[in-house]
Design a protein around this ligand. Structure first.
Ligand SMILES: Cc1ncc(COP(=O)(O)O)c(C=O)c1O
Length: 284
């Protein structure tokens, strides 16, 4: 889970993520980003949430001089003015987790055209070891390995890659099927008092990973939680993307945060903008 993973990462590093929130499924306003940058800012992480591309040309033209890592976990089919999401920033990161559009069980992929970054990612993803087993044991003769950097065990398994290769040819067919289901959701929800996701922008392709709607209790006469319970009762899978960190017991215990306080304290957005339900459309 993105929100949890990033926070664990930053908590362990004693850094704090700065969330620049857009309303769910709506546009992240590039001009808002600059206001959040300060001397402690390490980099930008635009999230192509639900599969809808961020305004990459505007984001990249901002005068920040920071590294940009595109979060493409939802965006394996996302295109932005003729190029794939993940090819704009210094790198783009795809997720192949089992709920994603291109699942391999778990794992992911980093895209970059920077050779030195690519070499470093490769090194630290295999515990910083300079040679992998098949290189050490090959017919070319034994070579000692060296731990050149203190890395992680983040390599994707060959078995996962073998599954992924076969998923590739299904990607387009599944996208077409999701488009049909997406259109049905549009038709069914259009006249209801829920707030719908934004239309895909011209010159872009939405990966159609999540269909997001916003439930405002005032307008809908039902809370998001009640809405989800009822849909589950009807065998329709929905989930909140994402629960605030302040709703989770680990953060409540560690920092004394309480439900509903974080959005007001750490962003300028009202708490209810985080409450959205999504339906994963997968052709079922
Ligand atoms: C937007 C976003 N980014 C990143 C991730 C993390 O992906 P993974 O589970 O492959 O680490 C997720 C997972 O749900 C996500 O939704």
């Amino acid at each position: 889970m993105k929100a949890i993973a990033y926070d664990i990462m930053s908590y362990r590093n004693r850094d704090h993520p700065c969330w620049r929130n857009s309303r769910i499924g709506r546009d992240l306003k590039p001009e808002g980003i600059c206001k959040k940058i300060n001397r402690k800012t390490k980099g930008l992480l635009p999230v192509h949430f639900a599969g809808r591309p961020c305004e990459m040309s505007e984001i990249l033209s901002l005068p920040h001089g920071l590294r940009t890592v595109e979060d493409c976990a939802h965006a394996s089919e996302t295109m932005y003015h003729g190029s794939h999401a993940g090819t704009f920033g210094d790198c783009g990161v795809l997720s192949f987790y089992s709920t994603k559009n291109l699942p391999t069980g778990d794992g992911g992929m980093i895209l970059t055209d920077d050779d030195s970054l690519a070499a470093w990612f490769k090194l630290i993803s295999q515990q910083g070891v300079t040679t992998v087993a098949w290189q050490r044991l090959s017919a070319g003769g034994y070579r000692h390995y060296d731990v050149a950097e203190i890395g992680f065990k983040y390599n994707m398994m060959d078995l996962q890659a073998a599954i992924g290769i076969h998923q590739l040819r299904r990607v387009e067919r599944r996208w077409q099927r999701r488009q049909e289901i997406w259109n049905r959701y549009d038709d069914g929800l259009r006249d209801l008092p829920v707030e719908l996701r934004s239309e895909p922008r011209e010159g872009t392709r939405h990966a159609l990973h999540l269909y997001t709607i916003l439930i405002d209790k005032e307008k809908c006469g039902i809370s998001c939680d009640e809405f989800m319970v009822r849909l589950h009762r009807d065998n329709i899978g929905v989930e909140v993307h994402y629960r605030q960190l302040a709703d989770h017991s680990a953060y409540q215990n560690q920092f004394g945060w309480r439900t509903g306080t974080m959005a007001k304290r750490r962003t300028s957005e009202p708490a209810d903008c985080f409450i959205a339900a999504f339906c994963q459309i997968d052709g079922q």
